[in-house]
Design a protein around this ligand. Structure first.
Ligand code: AMP
Length: 285
C-alpha cells in the first residue's frame, strides 16, 4: 500500500515509526512528471532499503525568475499510479506553503562546485536544490537518498553538502536512463516538437563520439570539446548553452584526460533546455 502524505508532521511520524522497528529508509526526491528514469531510482532504493519514500514537489526555489516553474508538467494521478506500481511505501506530496511557510527565509549555499556548468547558466538553481534537499532530508531522515547521474552536477553538489554539513544521509548515484534512440529521459522532453526531439538526438550522439575519441586514446580535452561542439552546432535547431569537461568528481579544470572526467552539455531546442553527460575514463596505456 502506497501512502500519500501531505504534511511534514505526518511524514516525520511515518519515518519515526519505521525507525523504531529498525527499518532503513530510502528516499527518492523528484519533481513529478515521472518517467522510467525516476522509476529506476525507486527500484534501486527498494533493492537496498526497507522503506522507500518518494517526494513529488515542484520546488519553486530552484527555478529562476524567467524559467519554466509555471509550465513544468504536473501529472499527479499518473505519478501516484507509477509509485504504486513500483511498491513505494510513501509519497510525500506537500503544498508549497507546507515547505515554505510565511516568514521562511533560510538558505543552504554550497560553494566551489556551483559556479560552473548549470550553476553558471542558472545562478540561483543549486541554492534552491541544496535548500529543499536539506529540508527534505530533515523531514524524511533517509539512510540513503537516490539521485540520477542525469543531473551529475547536482550529485556532486549534494555530496559536498552532506560532507560539509555532516549530514547523516548517504547520496547514491544511479546511471542515466535513455530512450531506445539514446535521448536521456527527462520530464522536459514533453515540451519538444517532433522536429526538436529528432534534433535532440545530437546530444547523446555527440557524447558517444567523445567517448569513442577517449577510448581510442585521445587525451586532449580541447580536441574532445571541439569535436562535441562542432557536432552539436551542425544541427540547426540546436543552440549550445555549454559544452564543458571537468575532472570527476572534483570539477577541476583539466587540459589532459589523465583522470575520470565529466563531459557535460546543455543545449536549447527552442525554449527547452536539455542537459546530458558522460563520464570519460582515460584509456590506460
Ligand atoms: P527531477 O524530477 O527532474 O528533479 O528528477 C528527480 C531525480 O530523477 C533526479 O535525481 C534526477 O537526476 C533523476 N533523473 C531524471 N531523469 C533521469 C534519467 N533519465 N536517468 C536517471 N535519473 C534521472
Amino acid at each position: 500500500m502506497t501512502k500519500v502524505v501531505e504534511s511534514v508532521a505526518e511524514m516525520r511520524a511515518l519515518v519515526t515509526d519505521a525507525r523504531k522497528t529498525g527499518k532503513s529508509i530510502g528516499f527518492v526526491p523528484t519533481m513529478g512528471a515521472l518517467h522510467e528514469g525516476h522509476l529506476v531510482l525507486m527500484r534501486e532504493a527498494k533493492k537496498i532499503c526497507d522503506v522507500v519514500v518518494v517526494s513529488i514537489f515542484v520546488n519553486p526555489t530552484q527555478f529562476g525568475p524567467n524559467e519554466d516553474f509555471d509550465a513544468y508538467p504536473r501529472t499527479w494521478t499518473e505519478d501516484l499510479a507509477a509509485c504504486r506500481s513500483v511498491g513505494v511505501d510513501a509519497v510525500f506530496h506537500p503544498l508549497a506553503r507546507e515547505l515554505y511557510p510565511e516568514g521562511w527565509g533560510t538558505w543552504v549555499e554550497v560553494a566551489g562546485v556551483t559556479d560552473k556548468l548549470c550553476g553558471k547558466s542558472r545562478p540561483t538553481h543549486f541554492r534552491g536544490v541544496a535548500t529543499v534537499v536539506t529540508k527534505l532530508f530533515n523531514i524524511v531522515q533517509p539512510d540513503k537518498a537516490f539521485f540520477g547521474q542525469k543531473d551529475a552536477q547536482q550529485v556532486i553538489v549534494l555530496k559536498k553538502m552532506v560532507r560539509d554539513l555532516n549530514m547523516f544521509s548517504e547520496i547514491v548515484m544511479v546511471p542515466i536512463v535513455r530512450d531506445a534512440d539514446g535521448l536521456a529521459k527527462s520530464s522536459r522532453n514533453a515540451y519538444l516538437s517532433q522536429e526538436q526531439r529528432q534534433a535532440a538526438l545530437v546530444l547523446s550522439q555527440s557524447l558517444c563520439k567523445a567517448r569513442e575519441m577517449a577510448n581510442s586514446g585521445e587525451r586532449d580535452i580541447k580536441a574532445i570539446k571541439a569535436a562535441v561542439m562542432n557536432h552539436i552546432q551542425s544541427v540547426s535547431l540546436a543552440n549550445v548553452d555549454y559544452v564543458e569537461i571537468y575532472s570527476f568528481p572534483g570539477l577541476a579544470e583539466m587540459d589532459i584526460l589523465d583522470q575520470d572526467a565529466l563531459l557535460a552539455i546543455a543545449v536549447r531546442f527552442g525554449s527547452t533546455r536539455l542537459i546530458d553527460n558522460v563520464i570519460l575514463t582515460p584509456k590506460s596505456t
